[in-house]
Every structure is written in structure tokens, then in C-alpha cells.
Ligand binder design. Structure first.
Ligand code: CP
Ligand code: NVA
Length: 311
């Protein structure tokens, strides 16, 4: 598998084989790191980390993943550069592309990360936009594989804001990898029809399925129930409206009982607002898995950098 020179902007751009390759590479790098073995794959590579929005996991994963492989990361926060307001995205991209070997971007617009890729000429990795969060999905898939030994045929139910970056990216990834994927959300928070149709096309190829519903009974048979914050970064002013809409969709004991399975696991991309999208009790019950998932951000992000830029 050769992904050298590729950008990682959305999972739409990757085949199921390529996605599985990155997940498996992450598992390999994780096993090595546990034995104290790190690599040299990014030796001599300089990597820019652009963050318009805050981050714990993604920033630390890119930083540690890069250093573990012998590269140099450089953090460029919102106040540090003038991306898109005093300098055009195109110009910043062309400057960074002359100096850096790879660029991570977290921010608002998907268009920005796409422009960075187009104009920098180096691999660009999407560390989250309003629309997508593709590196998170690789960590979620590695965690599911660790728990169940497979991805295909698993039933994954995402409960909450069904039109956010997590819902969109989980839907794309799950459809490609043959999961039975459900978005469980009130109608006003359903994903765009066009994206659902595209994902149904992927599912047809993979043997998976995609459903969107507001009926809580859809959690029945779930192998994993996933949730995310009700207000994504930049939507803080929507808190009251979202609480009213989403309170019936809280992941709590009662909802998990409706899966009818003892083996169902709970996943969360974090950060979590306990007492809102998930109860403290359920969060703590599944904390070991949720923090495996958080740790897996680092191994999977390292795998993306190694696969697309490593020697
Ligand atoms: N899950 C995730 O992306 O976390 P951060 O916002 O802390 O990077
Ligand atoms: N939907 C969340 C994900 C955080 C990792 C947000 O965009 O804030």
C-alpha cells in the first residue's frame, strides 16, 4: 500500500483497504511503542500544526506522534499566524509548503484545509473542521477492532447531534468499512441528505448499511453506542436550544438497556460534558475503553503521518 504524498482531508478520499491499512499500521506502531520501540520514519521532516480551535488529544497526538518518529512539530495557534485574515490561505499555504514537509490543520472551514492542501504542495491532514473529523474515526476503528476483532458487521449507533463533524465522518467511515451504522437524532439535527445518499452508496459496496432515525428503539442490537457533545466548538450559543432538543437522546442506563445486549460498549471522542450527552455513571462504567480510544488518537495519527510522509 502506498499513500506517500497523499493528504488526509476526508475519509471520502480513501478506499476501505487504505483505511484498514492505516488502522493496522497504527496497531503495529502501538505494539512497538509498548515495547519501547519508536521509529525514525519522520527524521528530518518539519511538521506545521495549525490550530484555529483548541485541542488536547489532536494537538498532543500530532506532537508526540511526530517526535516519536524523529520529526519536528511546530505549533501555530490562532494568535500566532494571520491565516485567512491578514494573509490569504493560499499565500500562507505557499509559504508553509516551502518550509514544512507536512501540515496539520484544525479549524472551522473544510474549504480552508482543502486550500492548504491545494496550494502548499505537501501532505495536509485534517485535525477537525466544522464538517469532518477523519483522524478521530481511525482511532474509533482501532478501538472497535481491539474490542471486537473486526469492523464489518458491527452495529454502531451514533446518538446526539446527527449533523456534526463526528456524525458525518463516522457515517462515511462506517459505510466504507461495512458497519451497520445508525444516526439517532431529532429530525432537525439530521445529516445532509446528499451525504447520506453518498454513504448509502459506499455501504452498498461494503455490505454495510446507513440508517437515520429519531426512534430510540434503533439502539436495539448495538455493539457500540457513540455520542459527542451537543454543542460543537463554535456553537456554544446554541446550548439552550440543544439541551431542549437532545435531552431525550442522552446516553444513560435506560438507553443502553434498550440495546438488549450485555456486550455493548460506549464510545466518545471527548471532551465529554457529563450530565448532558452522557451520564457520569455510564461514562465511568466505560472509562477504560473511552480512554483507550483517546490514546488511540496518538497511534492512528502517527500512522497517518508515517503512511503519507514517512521514509
Ligand atoms: N477528540 C478530539 O479531537 O479531542 P481534542 O479536541 O482534544 O483534540
Ligand atoms: N463535535 C465536536 C468534536 C470534538 C472532538 C466539536 O467539533 O467540538
Amino acid at each position: 500500500m502506498n499513500l506517500k504524498g497523499r493528504s488526509f482531508l476526508t475519509l471520502k478520499d480513501f478506499t476501505p483497504e487504505e483505511i484498514m491499512y492505516m488502522v493496522d499500521l497504527a496497531a503495529e506502531l502501538k505494539a512497538k511503542k509498548k515495547q519501547g520501540i519508536t521509529g525514525n520514519s519522520l527524521k528530518g521532516k518539519n511538521i506545521a500544526l495549525i490550530f484555529e480551535k483548541p485541542s488536547t488529544r489532536t494537538r498532543c497526538s500530532f506532537t508526540i506522534g511526530c517526535i516519536d518518529e524523529g520529526g519536528h512539530p511546530e505549533y501555530l495557534g490562532r494568535e500566532d499566524i494571520q491565516l485567512g485574515y491578514k494573509e490569504s490561505v493560499e499565500d500562507t499555504a505557499r509559504v508553509l509548503g516551502r518550509m514544512f514537509d507536512g501540515i496539520e490543520f484544525r479549524g472551522f472551514s473544510q474549504e480552508t484545509v482543502e486550500k492548504l492542501a491545494k496550494y502548499s504542495g505537501v501532505p495536509v491532514w485534517n485535525g477537525l473542521t466544522d464538517e469532518y473529523h477523519p483522524t478521530q474515526i481511525l482511532a474509533d476503528f482501532l478501538t472497535l477492532k481491539e474490542q471486537f476483532g473486526r469492523l464489518g458487521g458491527l452495529k454502531l449507533v451514533f446518538v446526539g447531534d446527527g449533523r456534526n463533524n463526528m456524525a458525518n465522518s463516522l457515517m462515511i467511515g462506517s459505510a466504507k468499512m461495512g458497519l451497520d451504522f445508525v444516526i439517532l437524532a431529532p429530525k432537525s439535527l439530521w445529516p445532509e441528505e446528499e451525504l447520506v445518499a453518498l454513504c448509502r452508496g459506499y455501504a452498498k459496496e461494503s455490505g454495510g448499511s446507513v440508517a437515520v432515525t429519531d426512534d430510540l428503539s434503533a439502539v436495539e442490537g448495538a455493539d457500540a453506542v457513540y455520542t459527542d457533545v451537543w454543542c460543537s466548538m463554535g456553537e456554544e450559543d446554541k446550548a439552550a436550544e440543544r439541551i431542549a432538543l437532545l435531552s431525550p437522546y442522552q446516553v444513560n442506563e435506560e438507553l443502553l438497556k434498550r440495546t438488549g445486549k450485555e456486550s455493548t460498549i460506549f464510545l466518545h471522542c471527548l471532551p465529554a460534558v457529563k450530565g448532558k450527552e452522557v451520564t457520569e455513571e455510564i461514562f465511568e462504567k466505560y472509562a477504560d475503553i473511552v480512554f483507550d480510544e483517546a490514546e488511540n488518537r496518538m497511534h492512528t495519527i502517527k500512522a497517518v503521518m508515517v503512511a503519507t510522509l514517512g521514509n
